[in-house]
Design a protein around this ligand. Structure first.
Ligand SMILES: [Zn+2]
Ligand SMILES: [Zn+2]
Length: 361
């Protein structure tokens, strides 16, 4: 689906609402001007070149043809995942060699902070940008990102949502001719050599009652180490992913919906069985995130990191082990495969880390 097609659906939905709202008894029943009635629940028609629809029974699907021109580097070096502190909202950066992916951009007004962070990492362009879903705490910073960085490919949930922020974002993507796709459960994203990225959500049909449930959920595997990034997906999406038979186990979980109780169900968290849980959340937010029962559930089985307490959290892996670094300069290393007895080697190396980050900048 193209950005213009989603915009078209949004316009159609608005038209239907306006037509319905304007009908009075004196007016004879009329056909709407457009014959393309596009209810929000309608399954989008896939565009063959940019996306694939996947039968839910099949786990193995070829990657969408999204990245034909990229020089494939040798599978070496670390995968680094940055959970950027954008207060209440999400923004996650993936780096593997020269390959980069930004997942969400924080709230309106946070785009400059995210852009500065990317620039401090030496990033001048982004291979992929993912908008997990159109809420402003995830796409609010996109105007800055779209303006400041050439973007190789844009990935979107494709769920039609009527907000100026979302419509403007789609319009900009369209104007800049950025390749755009709306992958579905089972699709793969060809991000970087040796890194497997599987889309676990949305499914082949959208949930109609909650935009959060249609979040793009990504399972990222480098060797033995797996990250599961939930966006704001909640209980319904969690159940659908498991019912469709997808393995959700992961070493590192980016907790759904800022630690809300509407996500992270008991059976799902037990299936994921993370060793590290990351919550992107703002101090004193209006929603009471993270909710205590969710925290309790996560803390029983994992080490919980929160951007409101830890600042930006960076997790780096060579595919067999990973290390966690936070702005508070805590560094620990852990073997993969989610040991039942979590063994943490905690090293406090504030000076070294500061030097490291200066060199990286
Ligand atoms: Zn959110
Ligand atoms: Zn949301």
């Amino acid at each position: 689906m193209k950005p213009s097609q989603i915009l078209g659906i949004i316009v159609c939905v608005l038209l239907v609402i306006i037509v319905a709202g304007c009908t009075d008894s004196k007016t004879p029943p009329q056909q709407p001007a457009t014959t393309e009635k596009a209810p929000i629940v309608e399954q989008p028609t896939p565009t063959p070149t940019t996306e694939q629809t996947t039968p839910s029974s099949s786990v193995k699907q070829p990657a969408p043809s999204t990245d034909q021109n990229k020089e494939i580097p040798a599978a070496s070096g670390n995968l680094t995942v940055h959970f950027i502190d954008v207060e209440q909202g999400d923004s996650i950066l993936l780096e593997h060699g020269d390959d980069t992916m930004l997942i969400d951009s924080g709230e309106i007004g946070k785009g400059d902070d995210v852009a500065s962070y990317l620039k401090s990492e030496g990033i001048k362009s982004l291979d992929y940008v993912v908008a997990t879903h159109p809420h402003s705490d995830h796409i609010g910073g996109m105007p800055v990102i779209l303006n400041d960085f050439p973007i190789g490919h844009f990935v979107d949930s494709g769920y039609p949502y009527t907000s100026k922020t979302y419509e403007n974002m789609l319009t900009t993507i369209d104007k800049k001719n950025i390749p755009f796709s709306t992958p579905k459960r089972g699709d793969k994203i060809d991000f970087s050599s040796g890194i497997d990225i599987q889309v676990l959500n949305p499914g082949s049909t959208y949930f109609t009652d909650d935009v959060n449930q249609n979040s793009v959920v990504l399972k990222i595997t480098d060797g033995k180490v797996t990250f599961l990034l939930m966006g704001d997906a909640g209980l319904e999406a969690e159940n659908a992913i498991m019912q469709d038979g997808y393995a959700v186990n992961a070493d590192i979980l980016k907790v759904g919906h800022h630690g809300s109780r509407t996500s992270s169900g008991a059976s799902f968290i037990s299936a994921v069985s993370p060793a590290v849980s990351v919550i992107e959340v703002g101090e004193g937010n209006d929603y009471g995130h993270p909710h205590q029962e969710t925290l309790d559930r996560l803390q029983k089985i994992s080490k919980v990191h929160r951007t409101d307490l830890d600042g930006t959290i960076t997790i780096s892996t060579d595919g067999s082990a990973y290390s966690v670094k936070t702005q508070k300069n805590e560094l620990y290393k852990e073997q993969s495969l989610r040991p039942v007895e979590v063994e943490l080697i905690v090293l406090h190396l504030p000076h070294q880390l500061q030097k490291q980050s200066q060199q990286e900048a």
